[in-house]
Ligand binder design. Sequence first.
Ligand SMILES: [Fe+2]
Ligand SMILES: [Fe+2]
Length: 299
Amino acid sequence: MPADDAPFRALILGDVVGRPGREAVLKLVPGLRREHAVDLVIANVENAASGSGITPGLFRSLARAGIDLMTLGDHSWKRKENLEVLQREPRALRPHNYPPEALGTGATVLEGISGEKVGFVTVLGRIFMEPVDCPFRTIDRALAEFPADVRIRIVEVHAEATSEKISIGWYLDGRVTCVFGTHTHVPTADERVLPKGTAYISDLGMTGPYDGVIGRTIEPVLHKFITSMHATFTVAEGNARLCGILVDIDRKGGKAIALRRVDIPAGGRDNPSAGPPLPPIQEAAGGVPEAPPASETEG
Ligand SMILES: [Fe+2]
Ligand SMILES: [Fe+2]
């Protein structure tokens, strides 16, 4: 059991894409957990199986590598094995703003994670995405259902538009611990702790092959752009990297203390280097925000 004043540390990984992404997780996550005293690992896995979805076997192997909670985004219904995973695995989530009749859920409270409870909700954005319920109201409803003693609250926004993600970040500042974006597969450099103590980043980037077009082999994508003709996309292979964030969290108040981006080459044919060691996590400007009164955290 960690000391009461040691921060709670979460490692959150962007979309795991295909075999290169899965191999990056298997190779790097166990060491990252150990070396950085990580308490909780979350990953979006919507592209883990051949670029779309997840299977029960892949879920188990990623869980064994140290991922505690896995989410599916707009690929949730694109592979039949996803349904099996959502049905069987309480730690597999799909976006919460799909219709309530849809299989699975997008909100959960994890218990006993290094002695803490962690509330988590994932939503889809609505700009340039398929129609779903309002993400703002969906998050509000999910937060209201978390017990008041769930201080650590993390929100994923799986969305195309940075404006929508940033708006959700400001909407939730001070009410949740962390808001992070996924789906575009391109990491953004806007990570920060917002003024009221919410860690924020617009997109984690993917854990997958960067010598491609958001994880797909370049040539068929170019062919489609140039000719408008159909092309079959396959998962790219080169320059696999593990991307995401490390977030340090005040256990008592559930506020973010600091966050830093993680971008580590996975090695192999294209990346002989295992990557430099991670420097110490940087404190947010202004230090640790005060814990809020209880009434403010019941959101
Ligand atoms: Fe997506
Ligand atoms: Fe994705």
